[in-house]
Design a protein around this ligand. Structure first.
Ligand SMILES: Nc1ncnc2c1ncn2[C@@H]1O[C@H](COP(=O)(O)OP(=O)(O)O)[C@@H](O)[C@H]1O
Ligand SMILES: [Mg+2]
Length: 470
């Protein structure tokens, strides 16, 4: 994201998006959090990304040595050595201070350093020992507060103060600096379902149109800080009218066309999950030349690909041809939904969709996610995600068994519902497909119609193959 003159960046895309235009010259930022919450990582990211833009950074540490900081940050993908060599980073380690006089010496020294090196970004990691040392000295406290309030203006840049909050303290505060700071970020981490979950709270942000005060973030080896800005759309988008041909006559008669931007929910009994559905997907993709992304919450890509190939082989299509066709139209990803925190999964998916840029996305095993997530967060997250996908103009297919308690919610969010019913009558099994499209009364297709439908989509697929149109 380009930053205009006089603006600085956080260096994490999501945060720059959320707090657009906040980091102007003269801004004092306070980042508070428990040890290990990510303060040093975020401040280093700010230092690094602004240095890449040519803004010199002065990093003052009262804690870590240069070697330790540089090697830790290197693992997050920040080449502090590189910017130092270019003269864009100046690192200074100050000894720990214990009394008010030394605190004032430190500010004096920092002032001199600023005058000498003329940085645009200054990081103090951390201000906590200074605040502690002046704690009972009202005058020294006032001087310290005033010094940091004025410093960013003198620099014509930004000052980032890190504030360490002891783990024993539940409440996260940045002491005196809260009053003079323009931006206050609070970083938190906690364990949820054995996973480390981080979030960032925007407690204060002068001049920012912040609607959401809390966003999740991750710290990942090689990638650094990743802030997940929320996908909240104020308006419900209208689906684009890109029509996709339906090859089965009885479905076509009822549905007309599939449309990009539609949300389709396909549901079935948990103990009788149908394989023919993959033939329908492949036929739809081949006939309409779609690139589809499948996100499976229960099968590995190999397993799913195997099932899909088999559903084509069953109609007499050769294995190599089937495999080539599947690989041409489908990108299959498997993810264990409990390997991520509740809100992170949705963002992971959006990121993936952005990368793959498909025409359609198929979520496989949505019942699994619904059953492991926090109910309220899940429903809100899902609603936002589906609106987002609609807005992108994607055909969204969600598949899952209807044994879960979220059937109503899944159906409510869908434009089209396919519900396969299988039941015993005497010693025979009966099949029917309950079909509903928004704006119409539902219909039911019987086994004979389903068989014919299956044959018709297979025919349509073979026709595409024979004319080599895929
Ligand atoms: N290479 C890495 N890969 C993944 N996570 C890392 C890596 N390096 C640090 N972290 C995470 O970042 C946390 C430390 O962040 P840090 O910015 O030093 O926190 P703080 O300054 O608030 O104490 C660690 O707890 C660790 O979980
Ligand atoms: Mg630190």
């Amino acid at each position: 994201m380009p930053v205009s003159r006089g603006y600085f960046r956080f260096g994490a895309e999501g945060l720059d998006k959320l707090l657009r235009g906040v980091l102007t010259s003269g801004t004092l930022v306070v980042i508070a959090g428990h040890p290990g919450s990510g303060k040093t990582s975020l401040a280093s990211t700010m230092c690094y990304s602004n240095a890449l833009e040519g803004h010199k950074c002065l990093y003052v540490s009262l804690q870590e040595s240069k070697d330790k900081l540089f090697s830790n940050m290197r693992r997050l993908g920040l080449d502090l050595h590189g910017i130092e060599k270019k003269g864009l980073l100046h690192f200074v380690k100050f000894p720990l201070v214990a009394d008010p006089e030394t605190v004032l010496d430190v500010t004096q020294e920092m002032g001199d350093l600023v005058a000498k090196t003329k940085p645009k970004v200054l990081v103090l990691d951390t201000i906590t020992p200074l605040l502690k040392a002046v704690n009972s000295n009202v005058k020294a406290r006032a001087i310290l507060q005033n010094f940091f309030a004025e410093l960013p203006k003198i620099m014509n840049g930004i000052v980032v103060l890190l504030a360490e909050v002891p783990v024993t303290e539940e409440k996260i505060e940045a002491g005196d600096m809260e009053f003079v700071a323009d931006v206050i970020l609070v970083l938190r981490h906690k364990i949820e379902r054995d996973l480390l979950i981080r979030d960032l709270e925007v407690r204060k942000a002068r001049g920012a149109p912040v609607v959401l005060a809390r966003v999740p973030f991750t710290i990942i080896e090689g990638k650094g800080i990743n802030v997940y800005a929320p996908v909240v759309l104020e308006e419900i988008p209208t689906p684009r009218t890109v029509e996709l041909a339906v090859s089965c006559r009885s479905l076509g008669k009822y549905l007309g066309y599939f449309q990009k931007g539609q949300i389709i929910y396909i549901t079935y009994p948990p103990d009788a999950r149908p394989v023919p559905v993959y033939l329908h997907f492949t036929s739809l993709a081949a006939v309409n030349n779609l690139r589809c992304l499948i996100v499976s919450y229960k099968s590995s890509p190999q397993e799913l690909r195997g099932l899909m190939v088999k559903s084509l082989e069953d109609t007499g299509i050769k294995r190599e041809v089937a495999t080539e066709l599947i690989d041409k139209h489908f990108i299959i990803k498997g993810i264990n939904p409990v390997s991520m925190g509740s809100s992170q999964l949705g963002f992971w998916e959006i990121d993936l969709i952005k990368k793959v840029a498909p025409d359609a996305v198929i979520f496989h095993g949505v019942d699994i996610v619904a059953n492991v997530e926090d109910p309220v967060q899940y429903r809100v997250g899902l609603l936002n995600q589906l609106l987002h996908l609609k807005n992108l103009g994607l055909l969204t297919v969600r598949m899952g068994s209807y044994g879960d308690r979220y059937y109503n919610w899944h159906a409510l969010l869908a434009d089209i519902v396919f519900k396969l019913r299988i039941y015993e009558e005497g010693n025979t099994l009966k099949y029917s497909l309950y079909l509903w499209k928004r704006g119409k009364l539902p219909v039911v297709l019987g086994l004979e119609e389903l068989r014919r439908c299956h044959e018709e989509v297979a025919e349509a697929l073979k026709k595409v193959l024979s004319i080599g149109g895929t």
